[in-house]
Design a binder for this molecule. Structure first.
Ligand code: MSP
Length: 521
């Protein structure tokens, strides 16, 4: 792998960002940061999806123009990603000129190739899904299963994309490339959806939806949702049907496109077909994550349980997002649904970040100061001990998990290694060794622990960049080393710390205080 291109779903701007959106962006940022530790050329794309009937209607209700609504909410997404330290390379908005122009070119090319045709259509349309539904997919009461609303019967003449033409090719691609759809337990679901596909409507009459990119050479129609939204992954790179940019040639195909499980069908099937129709390679992997619930309940405006990431940071008086980042991506194993609760958040980060990792560093650095004036003596450094081996193994395991985008599993491997090191400290009791004046042994133990901490800081960096930086600083270690060089790049002998430099990298969250604060609201 000599480049890495990662994309997120682009969020609808008819509302503000919540922790469901944040879950995905944090997961992507963690994956991205890990790969920046391994690969020189990396590109991370996110953005906002700004056209469609929902946005048009929300703006109407608020008495503002759709563009004003988009500007306002797109800025909220950007501000939230800044709070969470999401380090994207590029943020695309589907109202950007660079996007709109190319979407029209793509549409035109698909018409010229015979992949898009005009057709009169009568169907059941769900505004929530922004797509037509099949009668057999509705609930017993005739409602959309996702939005629990009755779809409207809509008759329209509009443009259709020949999805059915690509059915066999997509099926063959999925079967020939086991890495294409992740997690693998999603494959059968997609194959089943493929069996039932029909051509899809890709435009709407201006009378029903005016907020969209105009269909080229047809004043009556606007391009509808999926061709517009999905194309962002290539328009951002400067793709154009006739003269794709150098950036596009360099980064496409995407290494991984991460999206929620609700929109897997649109990516695995619609997006694959559009790319095939344009003669462009498919992404290497499409990865569908699960959904986040709040206190085990689906988040919804009507239940009033929608939580914004900034509220959590504020509530717990967290200046840095590390704890929230860590908690969110470890709340569910790969591809499964997760849950957020205040209690669980406090417990998990206190246990893993404050107690397990933070204390380990704090105790061992304090001992190094107390017994050796903060200095690692050359004779403390011994190769091939068990902790060194366990650390090297953890580095390999974490890497393997990231190769499969298993962010939660990789974090568990880091914590497991920290557990092993904590047990090693308890078993070898360096404080007793010092008391018995076995200073050489005591120094060896402390060195092994601090060197293990350096490895933990490398592995933890994608999740908790600030905590990781703190650990490096307190160890006087270089944080700018490549992941694959970590095992060979050991802590050097010399004075690495002094008393004034040592402080907890992550203080326990004071649960009483946080609860009182909330009560006072
Ligand atoms: N605009 C489309 C995506 C187009 S991609 C070309 C869309 N937008 S969305 O705002 O509804 O969702 C954006 C992403 O956030 C999706 O991947 C979706 O699955 C994810 N999530 C929205 N709510 C979520 C949770 N409660 N939990 C986890 N992810 C959630 O779909």
């Amino acid at each position: 792998m000599n480049k890495f291109y990662l994309t997120t779903a682009i969020d609808y701007v008819n509302g503000k960002p919540h922790i469901g959106h944040a879950y995905e962006k944090i997961m992507c940022d963690v994956i991205y940061r890990h790969f920046t530790q391994r690969i020189e050329d990396t590109y991370f794309l996110t953005g906002t999806d700004e056209h469609g009937v929902k946005i048009q209607k929300t703006a109407e209700k608020r008495g503002i123009t759709p563009k004003e609504l988009c500007d306002e909410n797109s800025s909220s997404f950007k501000a939230t990603w800044a709070d969470l330290e999401i380090g994207y390379t590029d943020f695309i908005r589907t109202t950007d000129e660079r996007h709109k122009v190319v979407v029209q070119k793509i549409f035109k090319k698909l018409v010229e190739n015979g992949d898009i045709y005009k057709h009169s259509y009568k169907g059941l349309y769900c505004a929530g899904c922004e797509s037509f539904l099949n009668a057999r997919d509705l609930t017993e009461d005739g409602l959309c299963p996702d939005h629990l609303k009755k779809p409207e019967e809509v008759t329209e003449e509009n443009y259709f994309f020949r999805l059915t033409k690509y059915k066999d090719a997509i099926m063959a691609h999925i079967k020939a490339h086991p890495e294409f759809l992740q997690p693998s337990f999603k494959v059968n679901e997609v194959l089943k959806q493929l069996e039932d596909i029909e051509d899809i409507s890709v435009s709407r009459n201006k009378n029903s939806v005016s907020w969209g990119i105009p269909v080229p050479d047809d004043d009556e129609q606007v391009i509808y949702v999926w061709i517009d939204a999905l194309s962002n992954y290539i328009t951002a790179l400067g793709y154009a049907p006739e003269n794709p940019s150098e950036t596009f040639k360099k980064y496409w195909p995407a290494d991984v496109q991460i999206i929620g499980k609700d929109i897997l069908k649109f990516h695995a099937i619609y997006w694959s077909a559009i790319l095939m129709a344009l003669g462009i390679e498919l992404p290497k992997t499409i990865c569908a994550h699960g959904w986040i619930t709040i206190d085990e309940t689906k988040m919804s405006k009507s239940l009033g349980n929608v939580i914004a990431p900034a509220d959590i940071l504020k509530n717990f008086e967290l200046e840095k997002p590390d704890a929230l980042r860590y908690y969110m991506v470890t709340s569910a194993p790969f591809g499964r649904d997760g849950n957020y609760s205040d209690e669980d958040f406090k417990e998990k980060v206190n246990a893993d970040l404050a107690n397990n990792i933070g204390n380990l560093l704090n105790r061992s650095l304090n001992m190094l100061v107390k017994y050796f004036d903060g200095e690692i003596k050359p004779e403390f450094i011994k190769d091939g001990n068990d902790i060194e081996k366990a650390g090297d193994e953890a580095i390999e395991n974490v890497k393997k998990f990231f190769d499969g985008y298993q962010v939660c599993e990789a974090a568990n491997a880091i914590v497991e290694f920290a557990n092993t090191v904590n047990k090693y400290v308890a078993d070898s009791a360096p404080w007793s060794l010092a008391k018995e004046e076995k200073m050489q042994e005591c120094g060896e133990v402390l060195y092994n622990v601090l060197e293990a901490m350096r490895k933990i800081a490398v592995m933890l960096y994608p999740y908790c960049p600030n905590i990781s930086k703190e650990i490096f600083e307190q160890l006087s270690a270089d944080m700018n080393i490549k992941y694959d060089e970590v095992a060979n790049n050991k802590l050097q002998a010399g004075k690495i710390t002094e008393k004034t430099k040592i402080h907890p990298v992550f203080p326990r969250m004071d649960s009483e205080f946080a609860t009182d604060k909330k009560k006072a609201k």
